[in-house]
Design a protein. Structure first.
Ligand code: ATP
Length: 309
């Protein structure tokens, strides 16, 4: 395998969540975090789980990472049930204090590689490669407390990508950063993905971030999280943020997430005409609708037209 680039395999789901219900139990009490959640992540995807606070996004990520067993349903990676944590699924959190403070940037990135049994010389070369990719070559010997929040985020991303996981799991990784740094991190992540085409599952409650970071978005309802819709968003990036189409898409997603009337009512006339006349019935946007993924180009174009409506 090419050590520096993530392979894009055949066009099949890498990660599959089917009817996943997740609960926390404490004695007789239980909290249902998600209910009957299904989605797929394809190789090279940038799938975003988007939903309000408490809808179970982080819990889903923990289950995919192998820390929580579903109460119902199944999670598979490459066709194999997920039963425990593994180096094929690496999580990047927003708390960058996850970087051991006594290790330098290089030490932090090398640490899991060495722990996994990689020879020191290879681990060092791999670490330096990814540290360079995130623009931190001048800081290889710096300690975390001397780095800004954005730089710590870059170290965490370098450390995760150096592991070459099958899927990178990102739990609101930029949420603690100021707006400008967050924007530049989104841009850098986009560039890294363009160069390396890794597979990513990204959790956020920011609609704008979801549109910028993802090529597809799974919308989750408020607690307990259920899939409300799946949207294709590959046409948006930071360049389109703030534009008319972007704003219209953001408003539409907001309505899909929060407006109960939208759930009950048919989609707006213009949208439903466009979608229902030109797309299969399953693509009309009244909720709980799941779009086939990834969308054929023809359909995604029409969906984006619908989103803009
Ligand atoms: N360790 C826990 N024990 C019991 N309940 C929990 C635990 N962790 C989370 N929950 C509950 O599970 C539900 C989903 O929480 P989760 O953190 O997954 O949501 P989230 O969508 O990631 O929220 P946020 O965007 O605020 O991080 C919430 O109702 C939360 O209170």
């Amino acid at each position: 395998m090419d050590a520096q680039r993530f392979p894009i395999g055949p066009h099949e789901a890498l990660l599959r969540a089917e009817g996943v219900t997740l609960e926390y139990r404490s004695g007789a009490a239980s909290v249902r975090a998600t209910e009957n959640v299904s989605f797929e992540v394809y190789r090279g995807d940038r799938l975003v789980l988007l939903g309000p606070s408490g809808c179970g996004k982080s819990t889903l990520l923990k289950a995919i990472a192998g820390f929580i067993t579903p109460r119902a349903g199944s999670l598979t990676l490459d066709g194999q049930p997920i039963v425990r944590p593994g180096p094929d699924r690496i999580v990047v959190f927003q708390e960058f204090d996850q970087l051991p403070p006594w290790k330098t940037v290089k030490g932090n990135v090398m640490f899991p590689l060495l722990a996994g049994g990689m020879a020191r010389a290879e681990a060092q070369a791999r670490a330096l490669h990814w540290i360079g990719k995130v623009g931190l070559s001048p800081f290889v010997d710096a300690f975390p407390h001397t780095l800004s929040g954005g730089m710590k985020a870059r170290v965490a991303i370098a450390r995760a990508l150096a592991m070459q996981p099958a899927i990178l799991l990102m739990d609101e990784p930029f949420a603690a950063l100021d707006a400008l740094t967050r924007r530049s991190m989104q841009e850098e992540l986009q560039t890294l993905w363009e160069e390396n085409r890794f597979t990513m599952l990204f959790v956020t409650h920011s609609i704008e971030e979801a549109l910028v970071v993802g090529n597809r978005i799974v919308l989750l309802s408020p607690h307990p999280g259920r899939v409300r819709a799946e949207l294709n968003s590959h046409q948006f990036d930071l360049g389109s943020a703030g534009g008319e189409a972007f704003q219209a898409a953001a408003q539409r997603i907001h309505r899909l997430l929060f407006d109960d009337d939208t759930v009950a009512a048919p989609a707006p006339a213009a949208l439903s005409t466009k979608l229902c006349t030109s797309l299969p019935t399953a693509l009309s946007i009244p909720l709980s609708t799941r779009l086939p993924t990834p969308l054929p180009t023809e359909l995604s174009t029409q969906l984006s037209t619908g989103l803009h409506a």
